[in-house]
Design a protein around this ligand. Structure first.
Ligand SMILES: Cc1ncc(COP(=O)(O)O)c(C=O)c1O
Length: 463
């Protein structure tokens, strides 16, 4: 953190305490209270003196004092920093899978364990790939203007190769568009289609529902059973369904796979209605019992749009993903995006190009698959006995079906013990399905153990 911005400091000229002593006292308080953290860079003495309207010597004297006391440290030629104070590190280092960053948020001084379904495990070995990727970004010349809204040509070619290799979706680079993730892609397609109803699995992905509603679309709730989205319900609906959002490989959040019969029926129903199937393939790489099931889009490239994301493979903060659609639709989406200067950030596209092109992503996916398989088995082992666990456990969460009051009690007890677990009811619209959706990606092994202890104890009491 670089603190070149003004600090919350106020000096009183008329006070009996010398200005340098006042300043040293206030900076000391900021460090001691944790408002300034280890490694934070302080403003230069010249800049701070200007901000405070005092002589530079006042700031130098205060900094000298705090350096002598050990609060601050200097690096030759690079400035003044908050020193390491020898306090306990903010994050415990997990024993296994050592560098997975804990998905925790500080609250009232106690760390919470957040079992969300959206945060992936971070592969420590990917750091070298990241360094390489950012070096490549730094070395590449900037584009001459706004980049192509469809994405960098080389990246689209890499993505085409990736989805062909991993998901059986054979496509040309001009059928690929780089997006800012799945949700963005859903919004783009809906904008291109105009208006109507989007059919969405129920329970289903909340961000897809929110995107549709915020785009002025109606949402048709389609129930899900053990074969996935119930196509007969869709076929019977009177709504003007112009698109169907579906998670065939790993229904979110019930976990089931869309069966072969349902895939064929869904595509037939989409053709009958002239609707597009939006296949959200968010975490299909992570299947542990069998090889990943091929993408639905591979069955009918004209009727479907394939949506991929780096949010699960790398990190959601990157805001990058891709879609595969017929070339005419990609061209239309690019035209609409160009109108509002909408394109995926160029540095992130360049970085992804390196990670994909040099095989870093593939290696990381293999490592993550091992971690998730182990964690999924652990969750199954510890929680399956308390309810009906959605199988197969895949991806980075496991869904435990439970009566509503039991789920509510466990969510409340978990929250009180510092463990946040999503309720399945929050993903349900008309379906009324209840239970827990236990994410296991973004926590350390140690945190997962602790969280499972808390949940198992709560479940024992509630069931
Ligand atoms: C079902 C589903 N699809 C897609 C995503 C990723 O969306 P985005 O690419 O917009 O981050 C998530 C993330 O949690 C998800 O749960």
């Amino acid at each position: 953190m670089d603190l070149s911005t003004p600090l919350p400091l106020r000096l009183h000229r008329g006070a009996p305490t010398p200005l340098a002593v006042q300043l040293a006292g206030q900076v000391r308080d900021l460090v001691a209270s944790g408002a300034l953290t280890t490694g934070s860079r302080l403003p230069s003495s010249r800049a701070l003196a200007t901000d405070l309207g005092v002589a530079r010597a006042v700031v130098e004297q205060a900094y000298d004092q705090l350096r002598a006391e050990g609060w601050l440290t200097s690096r030759r030629g690079s400035g003044t920093y908050v020193a390491a104070l020898g306090r306990a590190p903010a994050h415990r280092i997990p024993a296994r899978h050592a560098s997975a960053p804990p998905a925790t948020a500080a609250a009232g001084g106690r760390r919470r364990i957040v079992l969300d379904t959206g945060t992936p495990w971070q592969d420590p070995r990917l750091r070298a790939g990241w360094r390489r990727a950012w070096r490549d970004v730094a070395a590449a010349p900037l584009p001459s203007g706004y980049p192509d809204p469809a994405g960098l040509r080389e990246l689209r070619a890499e993505i085409a190769a990736y989805v062909a290799r991993t998901r059986g979706v054979l496509c040309r680079p001009e059928e690929v568009m780089v997006t800012a993730g799945t949700t963005h892609a859903v919004g783009l397609v809906l904008a291109a289609l105009g208006s109507g109803s989007l059919a969405v699995e129920d329970p289903g992905y909340r961000a897809a529902v929110a995107t549709a509603r915020q785009s002025g679309w109606r949402v048709l709730d389609v129930p899900v059973d053990r074969d996935g989205l119930d196509v007969t319900h869709l076929a019977a609906a009177a709504d003007d369904v112009r698109a169907v959002y579906v998670t065939p490989a790993h229904q979110h959040p019930l976990g089931v796979t869309l069966s072969a019969g349902r895939r064929v029926a869904l595509l037939a129903e989409a053709r009958r209605r002239g609707a597009l199937v939006l296949e959200d393939d968010y975490d299909s790489e992570f299947r542990y019992d069998v090889a990943p099931v091929p993408a639905l889009t591979a069955l009918d490239r004209d009727q479907s749009v394939y949506l991929g994301t780096a949010s699960k493979l790398l990190h959601p903060a990157l805001r990058i993903g891709w879609l595969v659609a017929p070339a005419h639709l990609v061209a239309e989406l690019a035209r609409l995006r160009a109108e509002r200067h909408d394109h995926a950030p160029w540095p992130v596209q360049r970085a992804l190009l390196t990670l994909l092109g040099e095989g870093h992503l593939d290696k990381s996916v293999r490592a993550a698959r091992r971690v998730y398989a182990e964690r999924g088995a652990l969750v199954e082992d510890r929680l399956a006995r308390f309810g009906s666990l959605a199988r197969p456990v895949a991806g980075m969460y496991a869904t435990l079906l439970l009566p509503g009051p039991v789920a509510d009690a466990v969510v409340a007890e978990g929250a009180a013990a510092g463990v946040d677990v999503p309720a399945l009811a929050d993903y349900s619209r008309s379906s009324g399905r209840t239970g827990l959706v236990v994410g296991f990606g973004g926590v350390s092994d140690e945190e997962l153990d602790t969280a499972l202890d808390v949940l198992a104890a709560a479940l024992r009491r509630a069931t």
